[in-house]
Design a protein around this ligand. Structure first.
Ligand code: PEP
Ligand code: MN
Length: 335
């Protein structure tokens, strides 16, 4: 249930509504809006009787919310969320292109890639310092040293930087070094990590879990918003299916669906979605045509020698091709 307050309502009236919700045994959550305040009821198992609340001073109307997630839903927040990350927007009419190697590498190689993707048209740089790897014997990332390099990249190129945060222990150090915290597929339902990132308040890029339903993914995002962090973007990166012709199955169904269900921006990572370099560009095109707000791509000046995910990493020339595709696709009618 969403209680919409009148435009001329006072903050005492809003507090009165919150108190009444508490007396009913539920938890109120204030939802700031562009031109009106709303209070969302959380903690209810079934429908809530709105007869008392709708009579209270300052209340305009009571709208039932049909979804288990509240703050991420379009029912509660009809306007698109647009994140502003150091001047780069995610979720507006322009697509946001985020590029970089899978892992942070040596400082000189990482800076070289960052400079080249910037020249090529990237809006943000992304590389992992802490890598969640399937095998304990695979390269685990440069850790703290990688964070130093990411700070250098930001100073040198001015590009906002995205990197993955894999646990609560390293979250603060990672948050101090970059502009956006990526939650990887393996951690989508790491609820203690989500609660920590809600507290830190830095923008979060929340990847979809390897076998997560859309409801589970949006509920994971709800943890961030319910904890007070509204700066969240979603990222589809493919799910596990029976197929063995690609690393994952990029589920582009979710792009129009999630745009309908939620006000949060939705990006697509075709690199992990397909896992094969030659097929990244076609899927990047498809993602943009389906309405993705942006793309996350693994790009390298020397893809074959990437420290991780070499087989799906595209070269700068291919990235430039995707930038041209994005320019052309802008001319499509908005969906
Ligand atoms: C990555 O972005 O390099 C990564 C590990 O992605 P995912 O969590 O989608 O597997
Ligand atoms: Mn990767």
């Amino acid at each position: 249930m969403l209680i919409i307050m009148r435009k001329d309502s006072t903050s005492e009236q809003c507090h009165g509504v919150e108190e009444a919700i508490r007396r009913m045994g539920f938890t109120p959550l204030r939802v700031p809006g562009a031109d009106r305040t709303a209070v969302c009821i959380t903690g209810n198992k079934g429908p809530v009787d709105s007869s008392l609340l709708s009579q209270m001073p300052g209340v305009l109307e009571c709208i039932p919310v049909t979804k288990p997630y509240k703050l991420v839903s379009r029912e509660v927040h009809p306007e698109d969320t647009v994140l502003d990350v150091a001047g780069v927007r995610i979720g507006g009419p322009e697509v946001t292109l985020i590029a970089g190697p899978c892992s942070v590498e040596t400082e000189s190689r990482t800076l070289e890639v960052a400079r080249r993707v910037k020249e090529g048209g990237a809006h943000m740089f992304r590389a992992g310092a802490f890598k969640p790897r399937t095998s304990p014997y695979s390269f685990q990332g440069l850790g703290e040293e990688g964070l130093v390099t990411l700070r250098r990249v930001r100073e040198d190129t001015g590009l906002p930087v995205v990197t993955e945060v894999i646990d609560t222990d390293s979250a603060e150090a990672v948050a101090e070094s970059v502009d956006v915290l990526q939650v990887g597929a393996r951690n989508m339902q790491n609820f203690s990590l989500l609660k920590k990132l809600a507290e830190l308040g830095k923008p979060v890029l929340l990847k979809r879990g390897i076998a997560a339903t859309v409801d589970e993914w949006l509920m994971a995002a709800e943890y961030l918003l319910a904890g007070g962090n509204h700066r969240v973007a979603l990222c589809e990166r493919g799910v596990r299916t029976f197929n063995n012709h690609s690393r994952n199955t990029l589920d582009l169904n979710v792009v129009p669906l999630v745009r309908d269900l939620s006000h949060l921006p939705v990006l697509v990572d075709p690199s992990h979605g397909v896992g094969v370099r030659e097929r990244v560009r076609p899927l990047a095109r498809a993602a943009l045509a389906a309405g993705a707000h942006g793309l996350l791509m693994e790009v390298h000046t020397h893809p074959e020698t990437s420290y991780s995910d070499a087989g799906q990493t595209i070269d700068v020339e291919t990235f430039r091709g995707i930038v041209r595709d994005a320019e052309l696709l802008r001319t499509l009618e908005p969906l």
